[in-house]
Design a binder for this molecule. Sequence first.
Ligand code: SAM
Length: 285
Amino acid sequence: MLSYRHAFHAGNAADVLKHAVLICCLDYLGQKEKPFLVIDTHAGAGFYPLTAGYAAQNREWEGGVGRLLECDNLPPLLGRYAALVKDSLGVELPAKLPPAGLYPGSPALIQRLLRPRDQAVCFELHPVDFTALKDAFKADKRFRLLREDGLGGLKALLPPPSRRGCIFIDPPYEVKSDYTEVPEHLAGALTRFSTGLYITWYPLLQQLSASAVRETLLGLYGGNRCAAELRTADPDNGVKRMYGSGMVIYNPPWTLRKTLEESLPVLASILGGAEAAWDLWWEGE
Ligand SMILES: C[S@@+](CC[C@H](N)C(=O)[O-])C[C@H]1O[C@@H](n2cnc3c(N)ncnc32)[C@H](O)[C@@H]1O
């Protein structure tokens, strides 16, 4: 089933969290000379117009990146995220909204942060989004673009030749099997490449035990790992909509703890209402 289209959600609060964390991790990998590989198992279309098409229908970005772009004096990671988004949207900060340019999805942010010697593999199954992805990135020789199942294709790419890699796992969770397949494939990937930097996103939904998802993911790996959750709405809102999202990260950069401790409270206050909250868990050495 491929009914999910990320364009409806581009730039929402969940994108802000996942993209800020991705940027922090890639900046960290870029500090060492040795090349790295990024695998984006669920890449989407790459770029999204916010004022046209699907994103303009529910305008989810207004409660996400739109709010952030209006702010001054953000903590460093959020400032870095806002600056990269601003470049893609072609606006000045603090921005006049609505912006006319394109919001950068994960492949676009990866492209910005790869160095000439680094490489990326992006998987996307939806035919329309894959065509957009291919059109946007095919000229970049550092990118391999595959219209294949990203979870199924992951293990064969591991370990990367340089033994340095970031695996970004951002499924739509539109089918329940994603909740079992993600841990299954992560476990398989870890047997091949346990020192990789893995980032896995999950939604916070009323009908789902977030703690069960988080604990399953944290329990798969015994090394350094953490989870970050950002709640931007009331979990008891009575409707089956997402009230926030979380990420589990294996082998996080040592800088991530302080970065998240300074960024999450700011994100909660900018993106959430009175019910906004955040949480962090750290496990390992
Ligand atoms: C949440 S969106 C990705 C957003 C993107 N990572 C970003 O941050 O800009 C999930 C994407 O995964 C695609 N997809 C769903 N199942 C997939 C699979 N098994 N393998 C690869 N792509 C898949 C969907 O078509 C959708 O575009």
